[in-house]
Design a protein around this ligand. Structure first.
Ligand code: EPU
Length: 444
């Protein structure tokens, strides 16, 4: 088991480069299955969720070759298994994208119920509703989802809730279905648009991604492509807040400022200075931080995946802030850990009241999910003394070289191995790590 040890109180300054978006990459990699030719994907983040996706592709018979530091060639033409077993699927939420991709290509799929961050109830009824609308039958047994269709036919799909995963899965399954599919009440996140752009670059006909109505005219076949994943909006936001929490001055490169608008606006209200350029953003603090109220909601609202990080910043601000979580039932599980560091936060259901104390103190803490882990890193950077964060495998699911990037901008953070305790949820990505050199192209 690894942990992060942070000596807090150092001001972050310099430049940091953001990696490809996790939540785009974990959909684009399965989407390669739909192609009849090899695809070349760049700006793929080096995170364990990606490594697991690549292992799954390889287990199904795809040829996966690393062609550069963040680049892969994936040849799906030899895929001969339509099954994602429990052992791999349970390690990440996004394994559900193999359902849509396999169904779209082979008219059948067998995938274990997904795992992922424990954020509350995470049903997949809307995914199943979309697959059924396109003509697939499903059965659930022994923790496996089986999908089968004689043929997929375009249809009208109306989602009862705005859901990123089901919107993406409907796109994957509909892209080769006969006729027109119309997805209504679709999610509008940047990664939805990125998946649509990727599929269109393979010859798909998808219109309206980024709005709440997506129209897909089915095509007979999809060809290979060369594609670069968009920068990670949440990684960028996390570094913005780390800079602000340490009263730093950081230029964050490889970002799409438009994707960061809701985060930028909120941080400016809190007293953070932000200047946006074409593909970078400068964040600095030269005055007091003040309270703010935050409500998370689907894009273009304030992202739930930034909620723990901004809550941490607000513990350092003057005044009382209110955070309302609008997506997940249980996204305040990190609060107990922040309290150990001196934060004054009261939680009532999906609302948290934060009394800004202006200071945090180092403590031993545990990451309970990915963004909670990011919040604890920010807290540790801003706190006085030493913070030790356990269960950092959660953080490594979604942040590419977090501690290395932080060290490059002045943080005192190191990863320490503690050999005698293995958390049972920790994903085994060693099969990939062993082949993880980018020096020469090699199989993954
Ligand atoms: N929902 C349903 N039925 C469904 C699907 C979703 O009721 O069939 C509900 C959920 O319970 C939730 C809401 O709809 O209340 C939104 O869920 P959504 O489907 O949008 O979430 P997701 O696809 O499972 C993705 C990200 C999450 C992010 C959410 C919201 C990936 C792999 N995960 O999850 O990212 O919080 O969208 O933006 O894309 C993270 O990166 O830390 C993370 C948790």
């Amino acid at each position: 088991m690894d942990k992060f040890v942070i000596r807090g109180g150092r001001r972050l300054a310099g430049e940091v480069t953001i990696s490809g978006a996790k939540n785009a990459a974990v959909a684009i990699l399965p989407a390669v299955i739909l192609s009849d030719e090899p695809c070349y994907i760049e700006n793929v983040p080096s995170i364990s969720d990606v490594k697991i996706s690549l292992i799954i592709l390889k287990e199904m018979g795809a040829e996966v070759t690393r062609t550069g530091k963040d680049a892969y060639r994936i040849d799906p033409t030899k895929i001969d298994r339509c099954c994602v077993p429990y052992e791999t699927a349970r390690k990440m939420r996004a394994s559900y994208y193999f359902l849509g991709a396999l169904l779209g290509k082979f008219n059948k799929a067998r995938v274990s119920m997904p795992g992922g961050c424990p954020l509350g109830d995470r049903p997949i009824d809307q995914h199943l509703k979309a697959f059924s609308a396109l003509g697939a039958d499903y059965t659930l047994s022994q923790g496996m989802i089986d999908l089968r269709a004689d043929k997929l036919t375009g249809n009208q799909i109306f989602f009862d809730v705005v859901t990123v995963g089901a919107t993406m899965n409907a796109m994957l399954a509909a892209v080769k279905a006969e006729g027109l599919t119309v997805i209504e009440n679709a999610a509008k996140e940047p990664h939805i648009v990125d998946l649509a752009n990727f599929l269109n670059s393979m010859g798909a006909n998808i219109m309206g991604a980024g709005t709440d109505v997506i129209k897909i005219r089915g095509v007979k076949s999809l060809h290979g492509t060369n594609y670069s994943v968009i920068p990670d909006q949440i990684e960028a936001g996390t570094f913005m807040i780390a800079a602000a929490a340490t009263e730093g001055d950081v230029v964050i490169k490889n970002v799409i400022p438009k994707h960061l608008e809701s985060i930028t606006k909120k941080l400016e209200k809190i007293g953070v200075n932000i200047e946006s350029y074409d593909d970078s953003i400068r964040v600095w603090v030269d005055g007091p931080l003040v309270k703010a109220n935050v409500k998370t909601s689907p894009h273009p609202g304030f992202p739930t995946d930034m909620q723990p990080q901004i809550a941490t910043l607000l513990t350092l601000a003057e005044g009382t802030s209110i955070i309302t979580e609008g997506i997940w039932d249980q996204r305040f599980r990190y609060v107990d850990e922040l309290r150990r560091m001196g934060a004054d936060i009261t939680v009532n259901g999906t609302v948290a009241l934060i009394e800004g104390t202006g200071r945090l103190m180092g403590a031993p803490v545990k990451a309970c999910d990915l963004r909670a882990g990011a919040a604890l890193i920010i807290a540790g950077l801003a706190a006085s003394g030493i913070t030790e964060i356990e269960d950092i495998f959660h953080i490594e699911r979604g942040y590419d070289g977090m501690e290395i990037k932080l060290r490059e901008i002045g943080a005192d953070i190191k990863k320490v191995s503690v050999p005698d305790k293995i958390s049972e949820n920790e994903p085994d990505t060693k099969a990939v790590s062993r082949n993880d050199s980018a020096d020469d192209a090699e199989a993954v």
